[in-house]
Structure formats: C-alpha cells, structure tokens
Design a protein around this ligand. Structure first.
Ligand SMILES: Nc1nc2c(ncn2[C@@H]2O[C@H](COP(=O)(O)OP(=O)(O)O)[C@@H](O)[C@H]2O)c(=O)[nH]1
Ligand SMILES: [Mg+2]
Length: 386
C-alpha cells in the first residue's frame, strides 16, 4: 500500500465508521446466508452463534486493527492530535493544497505546462527552489516510468514523494533526549518574537501532563518584561519558575539549575534572549550558559532547540543557518504554522538546514503545541485530496 492510502486509512475521520458499517453489513449478510442455508432462527442456534463469532473475528483481523482498537486506547489521543494538525494547517490547506486540487482538475492530461504550474505552486508554498526542482524531476521520471498521464493519479505520487523528501533515508528523531540522572536541561534559542516563551509555556504544560516536574528559567534578561512573561506562563500551567531581571543570563541559569536540583525537578526549560544582530556576542553568551550547565549537569544541556517562526518563510531558513553556525542545535521548533498558507517550510528546513523539526506550534493556547509527526502533517495538509 502506498503512503497516500496508508495515511488516509490512519486518520480519515470516516474510516472507523465505514469499517464498522462494512463489517456490520458483512456480518448481517453472512447471517442471512447461514440462516437461509439451514433454515433456522438465527438468535437461538448455538452453532450459528459460533459461526457468527468466527466471521466477526476474521473481518476484525482483516481491517486496520490499530484504528479499531483506538476506541479504547491511545488512538483517541491520536485523533485529538490530528484535529489540532487539521485546524492549524487550515491556511496552508486553503492556500497551496487547494491550488494543487484545482490544478488536478484543470488538466485532464499531464503536460509540461502542468509541471510548470505545479512547480510554481510548490515554490510559492515555501518548499524551497532546489527541493522543488529535484522533486519535479523525480515526479516526471515516475510519471514516465509508471506510464501515468492522468493528473488525478499523480496526486497520490505527489504526496508520497513529499514524504520521501522529508524522510530521505534518515532516521529522524522527534524525541527529546532525557537525562537519565539529574534534571534534563533544554535550552531555547531564536530571535525575538518567534515564540520562544510561548513555546516553553506550551511544552511545560505538555510535560506536566505527562507527570514530569518542570521548572521554567527566565534567562532572557535583556528584553524588559520577558522574565515576567515566562513567570505568567508558569502560573498559567502550574509549574515552577526561576528568573531575575537585569542580571547576567548565565548566572540566572546557574541559580535556576541549583534550584532544580534542590527541588528534584525533572525538566528545566531555559528561555534565552536571541540577539542574532551580534553573532559574536550571542555565541559568547551561549557558550557561557553552556559552560555553566556543563559544570552542574553531567553531559550538559540535553537539547538546544531553535525556535523558528513559520510565517517568516525564507528568512526563517536563513536564521536557522546562522544559528547553526554559532551553536550546536539539536532540534527545531516551528511556530505559527497556523498563521501561514505556506506550510511547505517544514520540508525546506529539512532539505536546507538538515535539523529535525521536533515540535510545531499551531496556535496561541497552551494546547497548541504538537510533537512533529510527518504523517499527521501530511494528512493535515492533504486531507481534502484524500
Ligand atoms: N498563531 C500563533 N501565534 C504564536 C504561536 N507561537 C507563538 N505565538 C505568538 O507569537 C508572539 C510572540 O511570542 P513570544 O513567545 O513572546 O516570542 P519570543 O520573543 O520568541 O519569546 C506572541 O503573541 C505569541 O502568542 C503559534 O504557534 N501560533
Ligand atoms: Mg520571550
């Protein structure tokens, strides 16, 4: 089964009902047949009941058990997560995906004009010129080798190939590395306004829900009000806080980690000031903070997460490249995907920066942060085509 169908089966809303309906129908048909064959009253015959159970078993096994089981366990959460993706990617869906859909209906045969238009749509979606070029080449090759001339058949291949760009033979981990002993320290960096503080608040909420003891450390001592903004988040989601305005960020980090150790904190989320204007200073500041963390925690900070605002498009990609030069980034958090019609930026980051996207921001509330999952993302984008 191709990826397109697999994702469709995994998340499409009607899937469970359809399968259940289908299943019910097939069971009823079987019952009818059996009843006709034996000329008996179905409800009162043990052997028929056994037959019925057997049929149910076979059909249940043949349908997607992952989804059916979901009624009882984690799939309910998966469905909820998928809803957040769907909602958060509405603009992108209405933007570039709806253009893809109309492109498919505009042409009844795949021509070079078709590919030109497709190329333009993808570039407009911030996928990145180089990525789009090689993507179109692969698509042309596949259309040729698989003898596809109908655009509506190509749409499945488009989704498959977009997925391949992201995965690209690598094992991509969206998992946060936790420190096995002592607190896990996560450092958040990124320029002003991208959503660092908000993301920390949302992530704290998520981690608290998972049963972790969280401390937020306000080391953005540069911008007035920044420390207080983080404190408000800590109160909103009910986690601990440490911060001090007008002091040296590294000393705030030092005191914060001592407090974390004293209070048996599991995860320390450190908010920093991202002044990319002066690379040398920023680099020094990050080095100093890391030195402090290294001195207190074996193995140092577990992650340095770069926050990028998806609405800034190519500018965000440039920021990622610049930050990558000055410090070791372990993951990217892409915020404000709900605010852009150009959701393709996720793919561009993968191709051009080569750092995994670990979380995405899909709105402003505490529940609008999701672990990045390429399958849910693709579903959220292309559900109207499925
Ligand atoms: N729509 C939307 N807004 C966001 C998201 N993340 C952050 N914001 C908003 O972006 C603005 C700047 O966020 P802030 O956390 O202060 O950025 P910082 O300067 O990097 O700490 C705030 O108004 C946030 O509510 C998101 O995922 N979606
Ligand atoms: Mg901030």
């Amino acid at each position: 089964m191709g990826l397109f169908s697999r994702i469709k089966n995994m998340f499409k809303d009607t899937k469970n009902e359809d399968t259940r309906e289908e299943m019910q129908k097939r069971i009823e048909d079987e019952e009818q047949l059996v009843a006709e064959e034996y000329d008996v009253d179905i409800e009162n015959e043990d052997s028929i009941k056994q037959e019925k159970e057997k049929t149910t078993n076979v059909i249940e096994k043949s349908v997607d058990t992952k989804n059916l089981k979901g009624q009882e366990d984690g799939v309910v959460d998966v469905k909820k997560d998928v809803k957040v993706y769907e909602k958060g990617l509405t603009k992108s869906r209405q933007g570039f995906v709806s253009k893809l859909v109309s492109l498919t209906s505009k042409y009844d045969k795949i021509t070079s004009d078709y590919f030109d238009e497709l190329e333009e749509i993808l570039i407009m979606a911030d996928i990145g010129v180089n990525t789009v070029m090689s993507f179109i080449d692969r698509l042309k090759n596949r259309a040729k080798s698989e003898n596809i001339t109908d655009p509506s058949l190509l749409k499945e291949i488009i989704v498959d190939e977009l997925f391949i760009i992201y995965v690209n033979d690598e094992v991509l981990s969206n998992k946060i590395q936790y420190n096995s002993d002592g607190p896990t320290v996560l450092l958040f960096i990124g320029v002003n306004g991208v959503g660092k503080t908000t993301t920390i608040g949302k992530l704290a909420n998520k981690m608290k829900d998972e049963g972790k003891k969280v401390l937020l450390v306000g080391a953005d001592t540069f911008r007035a009000g920044a420390v207080n903004q983080l404190k408000e988040w800590s109160e909103k989601v009910g986690v601990s806080f440490y911060g001090k305005e007008d002091s040296d960020p590294a000393s705030v980090v030092y005191d914060g980690i001592l407090k974390a150790k004293e209070d048996n904190i599991d995860v320390v989320l450190v908010d920093t000031a991202g002044r990319l204007q002066n690379k040398v200073n920023l680099m020094k500041e990050l080095e100093k903070m890391n030195k402090v963390i290294d001195g207190l925690i074996e193995g140092g900070a577990s992650e340095t997460l770069l926050v990028i605002d998806a609405t800034t498009g190519q500018n965000g990609i440039s920021q990622a490249k610049a930050f990558k030069e000055i410090t070791n980034i372990t993951g990217i958090i892409l915020t404000k995907l709900d605010g852009t019609a150009k959701g393709g930026i996720v793919l561009a980051i993968k191709e051009e920066v080569g750092i995994p996207v670990k979380y995405i921001g899909l709105g402003e509330t505490k529940d609008d942060l999701q672990v990045f999952d390429i399958e849910k993302y693709i579903y959220g984008l292309f559900k109207d085509m499925m």
